[in-house]
Design a binder for this molecule. Structure first.
Ligand code: ZN
Length: 212
């Protein structure tokens, strides 16, 4: 990986994902995926699958154990359920990403906020919608613990999780290089009840560059 900045005009994909919407696509081995937090402190709930054998998928536990650290940033190897490196974080202008907090769902909205929040749009619904649109037989049981890019969930010395104010800002990005062909499943979180995004979901930009 050279230190030459990547030319935005040479990206093979350059797409805005609107606030609250899902996205699913493939990143081939060697390709570079950049996720840009366009307006700041947007949670980008993300899962990865081996594109050729989707029963192999991102594993938060294997990733944490492999690097001996709970936070994801530059140098983190995102490990699969079989222990393989799926992607490597090669650049990170945010500095910290969470993989403990999980994705919001109708159920968690009810428990965390209020009963009448049950029917609000949530990441789990986004994941299921994207999977249903995609031509694959993946369902609810294929949703393991996810990554929350740009989300700040510090763990206290006593081991408590805190959903803290974000450390990201407009224009910050995380860049990953695929070590295998991966299916990428994103929910650009629609959450309206959590101060982590200032109660204001915002769009993200996805860029992919060819290998080499
Ligand atoms: Zn969410």
């Amino acid at each position: 990986m050279s230190n030459t900045p990547l030319d935005l005009r040479s990206a093979v994909l350059d797409q805005i994902v609107p606030a609250g919407e899902p996205w699913m696509g493939t990143v081939e081995r060697g390709q570079i995926l950049r996720i840009v937090d366009l307006e700041g402190n947007q949670a980008v709930d993300t899962l990865f699958y081996n594109a050729h054998a989707t029963e192999e998928r991102y594993s938060a536990v294997d990733t944490i154990r492999a690097q001996g650290n709970i936070y994801l940033t530059t140098g983190t190897e995102l490990r699969s359920s079989l222990g393989a490196t799926m992607l490597t974080i090669i650049e990170d202008t945010c500095g910290r990403h969470d993989t403990l907090g999980g994705a919001c769902s109708a159920e968690s909205n009810t428990v965390r906020y209020a009963l009448e929040k049950r029917h609000m749009h949530a990441c789990r619904d986004n994941f299921l919608l994207a999977l249903a649109r995609y031509d694959h037989a993946l369902t609810k049981r294929d949703l393991p613990s996810n990554i929350n890019f740009f989300m700040n969930v510090p763990v206290t010395p006593a081991g408590e999780l805190h959903f803290a104010d974000g450390v990201s800002a407009a224009g910050r990005y995380v860049q990953l290089q695929a070590q295998m062909d991966v299916l990428v499943l994103i929910s650009n979180c629609p959450q309206l009840n959590n101060p982590c995004n200032a109660y204001n979901p915002t769009p993200i930009r996805l860029l992919i560059w060819a290998a080499g």
